[in-house]
Design a protein around this ligand. Structure first.
Ligand code: NAP
Ligand code: ZN
Length: 346
């Protein structure tokens, strides 16, 4: 079926309305009628060519909430009318050790990402800035009833990307956690770390987002543009989560960690992280990274967010405003996530 969508016609060009083909619903597929689609900074990195060449035209979007419009004959987990979500993954080999362990995002054969990937049938995946998509049922998540569907969409990427390392590295009572960058990922990281019981510090470039940060659940706030921040907070944090979309002075931030402290990097700036080994070794510090999360972990995250009343703070926009929204994301002028109303993909 051909469906309405918004696509970048080529690298670096504004998105335009178009149509894309969706495969027929196979026995294990679900046809999702998209209601809401979040704008992640990864969409911008991708279509601006910051992560290397991609196939075009390209429909971004991997924070998708909608309803089930049709299911294949062998699908039992989802029924027509159910509210569901789709994140960054739409398939994986299912055989390798990471897949067997529930880490489909680290599939050794290469996970199939929601857009710009080669799908199992050889076609190129096209994402959620569209009215419909067809996804293998194993990668379709139930969205708990208590969550507002528009504000839940960003949980499918920003939520799981921050939940996974916060859980893995023990954010919880008695632990001091710093979140760097208060964009889409960062604002959810503050909410989630707070709900996990950690003592949360928000680190943002300027003081402009302080009030926001405290409302989101931060116990403390510091502006990183102030060099005094790095001496005042030296050696303070057990865990620091970097969600910044641009190059970061990673060594200055490593200095904020306590002995054995962990810097978990999820920001995906195009350039390399230039790490001073001395800074790492002098506090036996750990530098690690994390990429989204597996299917079961995403399910767990959605249940956690429903139990704690966590959704994103969003600005709902029509599709015609996507390019303006991209400009505002680049200027970090969004509190804190743009979500597109899929009814406007016309
Ligand atoms: P976003 O909403 O644009 O937020 C990024 C934040 O980074 C901004 O709000 C800003 O925070 C800070 N920032 C922006 N430009 C900066 C600069 N030049 N110097 C210092 N700080 C700057 O982006 P997002 O959607 O949250 O995504 C954040 C990053 O995570 C992106 O690189 C994205 O690709 C990546 N990501 C990774 C994964 C993964 O699996 N690892 C998943 C999703 C996204 P302040 O204004 O508070 O300083
Ligand atoms: Zn994303």
């Amino acid at each position: 079926m051909r469906v309405n969508a918004y696509a970048a016609p080529a690298e670096g060009l504004p998105l335009v309305p178009t149509t894309v083909e969706r495969r027929p619903v196979g026995p294990t597929d679900v046809l999702v009628a998209v209601e809401y689609s979040g704008i992640c900074h990864s969409d911008l990195h991708t279509v601006r060519g910051e992560w290397g060449p991609r196939p075009y035209p390209l429909v971004p979007g991997h924070e998708i909430v909608g309803t089930v419009a049709e299911v294949g004959a062998r699908v039992t987990a989802h029924r027509v009318g159910d509210r569901v979500g789709v994140g960054c993954l739409v398939n994986s080999c299912g055989q390798c050790a990471p897949c067997a362990g529930g880490d489909q995002q680290y599939c050794t054969a290469g996970p199939v990402f929601t857009y710009g990937s080669t799908d199992v049938d050889g076609s190129t995946t096209q994402g959620g800035y569209a009215t419909h998509l067809v996804v293998d049922a194993g990668f379709v998540l139930s969205v708990p009833a208590g969550l507002d569907p528009a504000a839940a969409a960003p949980l499918l990427c920003a939520g799981i990307t921050t939940y996974a390392p916060l859980r893995r590295w023990g954010a919880g009572p008695g632990r001091r956690v710093a979140v760097v960058g208060l964009g889409g990922l960062g604002h959810l990281a503050v909410k989630i770390a707070h709900a996990l019981g950690a003592e949360v510090t928000a680190l943002s470039r300027s003081p402009k987002k302080e009030e926001d940060a405290r409302r989101l659940g931060a116990d403390h706030f510091s502006a990183t543009a102030d060099p005094a921040t790095f001496s005042t907070l030296a050696g303070r944090f057990d865990l620091l989560l970097n969600t910044v979309s641009a190059d970061l002075d990673i060594n200055a931030h490593l200095g904020l960690l306590t002995l054995d402290g962990v810097l978990a990097n999820v920001g995906a700036a195009p350039g390399p992280l230039l790490v001073d080994g001395h800074r790492l070794g002098s506090g036996r510090r750990v530098l690690t990274g994390s990429m989204i999360g597996g299917v079961a972990e995403t399910r767990e995250m959605l249940e956690f967010c429903a139990a704690h009343g966590i959704t994103a703070d969003i600005e709902l926009i029509p599709a015609a405003s996507i390019n303006t929204a991209y400009e505002r994301v680049l200027a970090a002028d969004v509190r804190h996530r743009f979500v597109i109303d899929a009814a406007t993909f016309v």
